[in-house]
Design a protein around this ligand. Structure first.
Ligand code: UDP
Ligand code: MG
Length: 309
C-alpha cells in the first residue's frame, strides 16, 4: 500500500482547519480506491488563535491527522520545509488550508503521477479577487525573473503541488535559510505537469500577505535565484566611467579651442546627485546579497518544533 502525505501550513486559521478536513475527506473514497493510505500533517506556524486546539480535535476523531507545531511564526516557507521533512508518504502534497487549492484536483494530479510525472504543479491563470496593483506587480515580478534567472519560475504558480518522494527529498536537500520554494522546484528539475485553474478566493479569514511582505518576498526570490543585479552594479560602474571620460575630453577640448571654461554649479550638482544616487543603489544591491549571505552563513535552523502529535 502506498501512502499520501498532505501537508497543510496554518497560521491563525482556526476557522479553516476543520473545513479543510471536510473538503479533503470528499476525496477519501478515491484514495481508498487507489489503495492510498492518507496522512494529513497540519503545520502550525506559531498561530496565536485556536488552530492547535482545532487540529487536536480532528486528531481525536481521525488518527490520520497529525500536528507539527512551531515555537513561533517562521513563515510559510519554513512550514512547507518542515512538512516535507516530517512527512513519510510515497507521495507528498502541499496545500493551503484556506481552500484556495481545491482538494478536488488531487485525483487528477495523482493520475498524472501514475503516468510517470515526478510532480504535478498548479498555477492560476486569473487573479480574480486580488487588488489590481498587486496583480500588476506580481506579473512584473515573474516577467523580470524570466529575464534575469535561468531557473524556471512559472507565472501564477501556486505552492499547491503533488510530488513523489524522490522529488521531495531533492527539495529537502536544498537547505538554504532564505527559501523561495517556487524557484527551488524549478532548480531541482524533474518532470512536472502543470494544471491551470481560475483563482479561487479564500473561504474564511484574511490573507497573511500584504504588499510590503510580498515585496520583500520577491527580493528573496531575486537574490536566491539570480546574480544579475550584481552584474547590473558592475555595468553601471563601467557606464559611468565611460561617460566621465567623454566629459573630461569634452571639457578639455572646449577649453583649448574655445577658451571657454565650464561654468555654473547646477550641472555639477545634477551630476553629483545622479552619480551618488546610482552609487548608493548599487551599494544597496551588494548589501542585499551580503545580508542574505550573512544569514546563510549563520546556519540557523529553518524552524523549531515545539509539539508534535
Ligand atoms: N501561512 C503560514 N505561515 C505564514 C503565513 C501563511 O503557514 O506566516 C499559511 C496560511 O495559513 C495558508 C497559506 O500559508 O494556509 C497561504 O496563506 P495565505 O492564504 O494568507 O496567502 P495567499 O493565499 O493570500 O497568498
Ligand atoms: Mg490563501
Amino acid at each position: 500500500m502506498s501512502k499520501l502525505s498532505v501537508i497543510v501550513p496554518c497560521y491563525n486559521e482556526e476557522e479553516n482547519v476543520a473545513y479543510f478536513y471536510d473538503e479533503l475527506m470528499k476525496q477519501d473514497a478515491f484514495f481508498r480506491d487507489q489503495g492510498l493510505e492518507l496522512e494529513i500533517l497540519y503545520i502550525n506556524d506559531g498561530s496565536r488563535d485556536g488552530t492547535v486546539a482545532e487540529v487536536k480535535k480532528l486528531h481525536e476523531k481521525d488518527e490520520r491527522v497529525h500536528l507539527v507545531s512551531f515555537s513561533r511564526n517562521f513563515g510559510k516557507e519554513a512550514a512547507m520545509y518542515a512538512g516535507l521533512e516530517q512527512a513519510d508518504g510515497d507521495y507528498v502534497a502541499i496545500m493551503d488550508v484556506d481552500l484556495q487549492d481545491p482538494p478536488a484536483l488531487l485525483p487528477e494530479m495523482y493520475r498524472y503521477i501514475k503516468e510517470g510525472y515526478d510532480s504535478v504543479a498548479t498555477r492560476r491563470v486569473t487573479r480574480k479577487g486580488e487588488p489590481p496593483v498587486r496583480s500588476f506587480f506580481a506579473r512584473k515580478f515573474y516577467w523580470l525573473m524570466r529575464k534575469i534567472s535561468r531557473t524556471e519560475i512559472m507565472d501564477g504558480a501556486r505552492d499547491y503541488r503533488l510530488m513523489t518522494r524522490q522529488m521531495a527529498e531533492a527539495v529537502l536537500s536544498m537547505q538554504e535559510y532564505n527559501r523561495f520554494t517556487k524557484g527551488i522546484y524549478g532548480w531541482v528539475g524533474f518532470e512536472t505537469k502543470w494544471l491551470e485553474y481560475e483563482n479561487i478566493e479564500r473561504v474564511k479569514g484574511e490573507t497573511k500577505w500584504n504588499f510590503w511582505k510580498l515585496f520583500l518576498y520577491s527580493l528573496e526570490g531575486i537574490t536566491a535565484f539570480s546574480t544579475m543585479p550584481l552584474m547590473f552594479a558592475s555595468f553601471m560602474g563601467v557606464l559611468f566611467c565611460v561617460l566621465a571620460f567623454a566629459l573630461i575630453i569634452f571639457t578639455i577640448v572646449r577649453k583649448l579651442i574655445f577658451g571657454d571654461p565650464v561654468s555654473g554649479w547646477p550641472s555639477l550638482v545634477c551630476i553629483i546627485s545622479l552619480v551618488s544616487g546610482v552609487q548608493l543603489f548599487c551599494l544597496g544591491i551588494v548589501g542585499q546579497y551580503l545580508a542574505k549571505t550573512y544569514m546563510e552563513v549563520k546556519k540557523r535552523p529553518i524552524f523549531i518544533i515545539k509539539e508534535r502529535i
